[in-house]
Design a protein around this ligand. Structure first.
Ligand code: HEM
Length: 149
């Protein structure tokens, strides 16, 4: 099932949530490394995206050792972790991701097409199954939401 970023918001079944809750702690225990692998692959596959990050837009080599890149990678995976913590509180989860969307659209001015790119790399890095594809479809759809207003 591909990751979507538009249309109706997918719903996580109890089975999806259970699958995520059971597998996430093992993924998250290496959050710095996992987050970094995801962000580096994203920047490599989307060369224009680096320009969006003021703190490392001009860094040319050793991105993997750059503290700002590492910090950004942690922020992304921590936002995913926070979203997972809100799986049973749908209203709070929507609010959290919509606020993040507003920042990405008006403050950071990120191309919304890139959310899906990063999410696909995330899911494949963690070898996530259907439940994670749904989770990231929710994340992408809500991160895009303020662009359509
Ligand atoms: C799963 C997708 C993503 C998540 C969960 C995520 C999460 C975050 C978080 C938590 C922040 C910090 C917000 C704050 O300062 O309060 C942030 C900042 C930012 N994000 Fe994302 N992000 C995602 C995708 C992307 C993509 C695809 C781009 C494209 C280039 C991007 C560009 C940025 C930029 C430019 C900033 C600001 C950096 C700075 O403060 O210097 N994000 N993101």
């Amino acid at each position: 099932m591909p990751i979507t970023d538009q249309g109706p918001l997918p719903t996580l079944s109890e089975g999806d949530k259970k699958a995520i809750r059971e597998s996430w702690p093992q993924i998250y225990q290496n959050f710095e490394q996992t987050g970094l692998v995801v962000l580096l692959e994203f920047l490599q596959k989307n060369p224009g995206a680096q320009q969006s990050f003021p703190k490392f837009s001009a860094t040319k080599c050793n991105l993997e050792q750059d503290n700002e890149v590492k910090w950004q990678a942690s922020r992304i995976i921590n936002a995913v972790n926070h979203t997972i913590g809100l799986m049973d509180k749908e209203a709070a989860m929507k609010q959290y991701l919509k606020e993040l969307s507003a920042k990405h659209s008006s403050e950071f001015q990120v191309d919304p097409k890139l959310f899906k790119e990063l999410s696909a790399i995330f899911v494949s890095t963690i070898r996530g199954k259907a439940a994670y594809e749904k989770l990231f479809s929710i994340i992408c759809t809500l991160l895009r939401s303020s662009y359509d207003e």
